[in-house]
Design a binder for this molecule. Structure first.
Ligand code: ATP
Ligand code: MG
Length: 400
């Protein structure tokens, strides 16, 4: 197959490939960008693979950065653009089911493609648009199939993360995992325990945020991968509840985590524990915890403007999405209207300070000040007083 019209991102990088070829080496576009272009999807990063060794690349180009030189990756700077160029390599000795003990640079494209995870990711394109397809990746793209390069079992023994990558690509592309590859995942799922949770999370979050996350998530459960993820052991039945609603896509990572916390029936402490075990960012943890609290309040119909405000108005949209997902019904738009009328975002916006309260009430600083401030804040949030000095002063004096 020849790609007649190279996409703009590839065209822009052609001078890089030409320069490498002029120096007597080979260079190709490889990996996800080739796959995505053939599928007609937008391309993000353009990866280039070459027979030149990193030192040779650095001789060919003036401006380079050693991004991952021990793995063979050099970044070449050209104009305002930068390109990651990786030397063809083979990997060997995966004794711990994750990282190879040894990376060897090689001169053959075929050897490099052989070490790649799936046939659809093992395609290369030369500067004339010719597609090099040694493992029937094009056929699998056409059939919408994710198939390991070579023997799936061996490939997952080399790097167990590839099992998560399989279900992640399934979710992103709406493909099917080919039978033997799926069987090898089912047989080797326990190896996932050898993988750092951050790497599993990265694939898992990509899966959840995909267009067809249900299909990837269904196989994540069916093939037994979930059993070896933090907090998911023996939770398959509950996690399957996520697949029942006709949910389109999650708006962000936080919403997805809350949906998981909800179907697992976790309380605040348990959910916090789960998120820590998955090592999510502090920001995601905080947002997700507040959102789950809100969802529980909505679920028990026990909410008011004050607790919505305290748990973050910014979490309301996410929570309403989840209410829709789990059939928690109420007049969403009426509530949104009311919330939109809340005139402050935090206590920092109060038109009155603690010092003012002391003066107005004629008291010395003490716990009463905090109590009064909080009383004022709540009154503003609930629309009982406007946030201006005179009104607040009057409110304070008449609500002693
Ligand atoms: P994305 O669209 O998420 O960037 P991608 O296919 O480009 O998808 P990357 O993680 O960026 O995925 O990796 C680039 C390429 O490197 C892959 O297409 C694949 O050929 C190879 N690759 C990445 N991770 C692995 C792995 N764990 N085992 C084997 N090959 C891998
Ligand atoms: Mg990529």
């Amino acid at each position: 197959m020849q790609i007649k019209q190279l996409p703009a991102d590839f065209k822009a990088a052609l001078p890089v490939l030409e320069k490498i070829e002029q120096a007597g080496f080979e260079a190709y576009f490889v990996g996800g960008s080739v796959r995505d272009h053939i599928l007609g999807l937008p391309i993000h990063d353009v990866d280039i693979a070459t027979s030149a060794y990193p030192e040779e690349i650095k001789e060919i180009f003036k401006r380079t950065v050693d991004t991952g030189i021990q793995h063979g990756t050099v970044t070449v700077l050209m104009g305002d653009d930068s390109y990651e160029i990786t030397t063809f390599r083979t990997e060997s000795g995966y004794q711990d089911y994750r990282r190879p003990d040894k990376v060897t640079f090689v001169r053959s494209l075929g050897d490099d493609l052989k070490r790649r995870d799936f046939t659809i990711n093992a395609l290369a394109v030369d500067l004339n648009g010719n597609v090099i397809d040694k493992f029937d990746g094009l056929k699998d793209l056409d059939k919408k199939i994710i198939r390991a390069v070579g023997k799936a079992e061996e490939r997952f023994h080399e790097d167990a993360l590839r099992m998560m990558r399989a279900v992640r690509f399934q979710a992103q592309l709406n493909f099917k995992v080919e039978d033997k590859t799926a069987q090898a995942i089912a047989d080797n799922a326990p190896l996932l325990e050898k993988i750092a949770v951050e790497r599993i999370r990265e694939e898992f979050v990509k899966l959840l945020l995909s267009q067809s996350w249900q299909t990837g998530f269904a196989d994540f459960l069916k093939l037994g991968l979930s059993e070896y993820c933090p907090g998911f052991n023996e939770q398959k039945l509950k996690l399957e509840e996520l697949l029942v609603p006709q949910k389109q896509i999650f708006m962000d990572e936080d919403e997805a985590w809350v949906a998981i916390g909800y179907v697992l029936s976790l309380n605040h402490g348990e959910f916090s524990h789960l998120l820590r075990d998955w090592k999510v960012s502090n920001k995601t943890r905080e947002t997700s915890l507040n959102t789950l609290n809100l969802l529980h309040l909505f679920d028990s119909r026990d909410f008011d403007l004050w607790n919505i405000y305290k748990l973050g108005v910014g979490n309301l949209e996410r929570t309403i999405e989840l209410c829709k997902m789990f059939d928690i019904e109420f007049d969403y738009s009426k509530l949104q209207e009311k919330v939109a009328k809340i005139s402050i975002k935090s206590s920092r916006e109060l038109a009155l300070s603690g010092k003012d309260v002391c003066e107005i009430l004629g008291v010395k600083p003490g716990p009463i000040i905090g109590k009064s401030m909080s009383q004022i804040e709540r009154a503003i949030v609930e629309g009982n007083v406007s946030n201006n000095f005179d009104d607040l002063r009057h409110y304070l004096l008449s609500n002693q």
